[in-house]
Design a protein around this ligand. Structure first.
Ligand SMILES: *Cc1c(COP(=O)(O)O)cnc(C)c1O
Length: 386
């Protein structure tokens, strides 16, 4: 058996509760009013597209994030899709996406017939590198009036989607400056970062429009679900319209004034979400406690580094990860194998999107940091156990 595996396993087990044998990477916990709210939905018959929990969920969510409006939808991917449509993305536009993110970020761009343009990330945040992006845009952008174009492809550059990896906020301030300079729409993929703050302000409140996910593995869950966040009433109203088949309000007539989508969150899911939102402070506190324990147990293990929130951020520590030091990266496969056999679920980070067959032809910058991180990041169990 690999001696590093034993060392890491012992450290991880020291940080986790000792009354369990199996540790999934992240499991949902239902310890509050979940059952009561879901049952009340079923008892009342309002389980689907109408009901009071959706509105309540949206209001509570908006107030936690500190935005004017939240629109609940069926999942985070559909939230991203609508964000892109409302950002004015058109066929053949280019949208800047980190190559190190979950596939949904790029797929949502593809749904709008636009093209994901992949860029590098930085080690400090695991997210989009604004310094590198700034240098890169200086080289590739040609301005026509207010708009930015990629002078190598001739296509319009219209938006940037930073993603807050594992809940750790990217450096948003310089990114906002870049968006300003090049007239790009900032869309935050805040799918993983509910409860994370950048310089004291909640992530998902910086973009003109942002997306969040409540999938079963996220910090809190609605079963499946997502939300669109914005400070603009007009955008929120349009998000509601588009996610409801673009059906005009009328008591009996079916008038659809554009192509819409069936993306509304059902009341049953929102009921679960209302109960889970009540638990958020609890979850955040437990997650911070776990991350501090991990920090402690990994302090003296020289072969790895525990990833800590960047200095400007307060992270939700949704998913904890360690980074193998360079001389140990060859052990990655071996470690993943041993861990997953031992009942401790660990995972590598995503494959870089520009290396997947489906995105091989897309434009990209050089991505040395992402390539390095792909070989060394290991995600470790992170559920908010009491
Ligand atoms: C989970 C996730 C999504 C998509 O959310 P779903 O609810 O699963 O559709 C999008 N982006 C990132 C970064 C995610 O982690």
């Amino acid at each position: 058996m690999n001696p590093l595996f034993e060392k890491l396993r012992d450290a991880i087990l020291q940080a986790l509760p000792n009354n369990k044998k199996e540790f999934p990477l992240h499991e949902p916990l239902f310890e509050g009013n979940e059952w009561e709210y879901v049952k009340s939905c079923i008892d009342s018959g309002w389980v689907s597209s109408v009901g009071t929990y959706v509105e309540r969920f949206e209001e509570n969510l908006a107030s936690i994030v500190g935005v004017r409006r939240a629109v609940a939808v069926v999942n985070g991917t559909s939230a991203l899709h609508i964000c892109l449509l409302l950002a004015g993305i058109r066929e053949n536009d280019e949208v800047i996406v980190p190559t190190l993110t979950f596939i949904a970020t790029a797929n949502a761009v593809h749904y709008t017939r636009a093209i994901a343009h992949f860029v590098d990330v930085e080690e400090r945040t695991l997210g989009l590198d604004p310094v590198k992006l700034n240098d890169y845009l200086k080289d590739i952008v040609i301005k026509k009036g207010q708009e930015s174009y990629n002078k190598y492809t001739g296509r319009r550059l219209k938006a940037v989607i930073p993603m807050h990896t594992f809940g750790h906020p990217v450096d948003l301030e310089p990114l906002l400056e870049i968006c300003d300079k090049y007239n790009l729409v900032l869309i935050e993929d805040a799918a993983e970062s509910l409860g994370s703050y950048y310089k004291g302000k909640h992530t998902g409140s910086f973009g003109k429009i942002s997306a969040i996910s409540f999938n079963g593995n996220k910090i809190l869950t609605t079963g499946g679900g997502g939300a669109i966040l914005t400070n603009c009433d007009e955008i929120a109203d349009m998000a509601r319209h588009l996610t409801n088949q673009a059906k005009r309000n009328h008591r009996w007539e079916y008038i659809h004034d554009q192509i819409g989508y069936n993306y509304r969150m059902p009341n049953l899911n929102a009921a679960l979400g209302c109960a889970q939102l009540e638990q958020l402070p609890n979850f955040l506190q437990r997650k911070r406690k776990l991350s501090l324990k991990y920090m402690e147990v990994f302090k003296d293990i020289d072969e790895v580094e525990f990833f800590k929130e960047p200095c400007f951020a307060q992270s939700n520590y949704w998913l904890n990860c360690i980074l193998l030091r360079d001389q140990y990266i060859d052990l990655m496969d071996d470690l993943l194998n041993s861990f997953n056999k031992s009942g401790i679920n660990v995972r590598p980070i995503w494959k870089l999107l520009h290396t997947l067959d489906i995105y091989k032809g897309n434009p990209k910058m050089e991505t040395t940091t992402a390539e390095k991180l792909e070989k060394k990041v290991i995600c470790i169990p992170s559920s908010a156990y009491n």
